[in-house]
Design a protein around this ligand. Structure first.
Ligand code: HEC
Length: 162
């Protein structure tokens, strides 16, 4: 009986948690958002390089469909991981997110939308196995990364050295 009660309570707490996270990111702290976005951006760099290495090594675009779709999925989630109060100087956590992201939110959202568009196209080209188109589209995606970084990311530009 106690076991069932404890289980029931656990389910309620679990459901309450789900409700909260679907409504807003308020359930995620600023430092959590920063570590999640930095990890995703690091994995984006790894994913991007592995796709480029694959086609340079003569592999067909369709072998990169999963990687391209993953990048497109992340591109749509990206802006939500930049909640207010997480710019450099506003938090004790190490971040390269410039205050310009919040000062010029429309521009940042536009840069993210362009990134989402270029990665969605990349995923479509991979799915249809258009290797020449896919290879060209990688340059467009790279451009979307670089143009956002130039305006909204501090520190070193270009691919990470780590
Ligand atoms: C819409 C803007 C935007 C786009 C698009 C974007 N980035 Fe970034 N990127 C940022 C910002 C802002 C930061 C700083 C985040 C922080 O330190 O909290 C960052 C940080 C990074 C970092 C450092 C992460 C760390 O551990 O500190 C890497 C690596 C990176 N981006 C790679 C990429 C790659 C590769 C792409 C494209 C495939 C890309 N980014 C697309 C805005 C963007």
């Amino acid at each position: 009986m106690w076991n069932r009660l404890i289980m029931f309570t656990g389910v309620c707490v679990g459901l309450a948690g789900i409700g909260l996270s679907q409504q807003s990111v308020s359930g995620v702290s600023g430092p959590d958002a920063i570590s999640a976005r930095q990890a995703s951006l690091d994995m984006s760099a790894i994913t991007f390089r592995s796709m480029r290495d694959a086609v340079n090594g003569g592999r067909e675009a369709k072998t990169q469909a999963y990687a391209a779709a993953a990048l497109a999925k992340w591109a749509k989630a990206l802006p939500r991981l930049f909640p207010a109060g997480t710019a450099v100087g506003e938090t004790i956590v190490n971040t390269q997110a410039l205050p310009a992201i919040w000062r010029d939110r429309a521009g940042f959202e536009e840069a993210a939308a362009y990134y989402a568009e270029t990665t969605a196209k990349l995923a479509t080209l991979a799915a249809s196995n258009d290797t020449a188109g896919f290879t060209k589209q990688l340059d467009e995606v790279n451009q979307a990364c670089a143009s956002c970084h130039a305006r909204y990311k501090g520190g070193d530009q270009g691919p990470p050295k780590k």
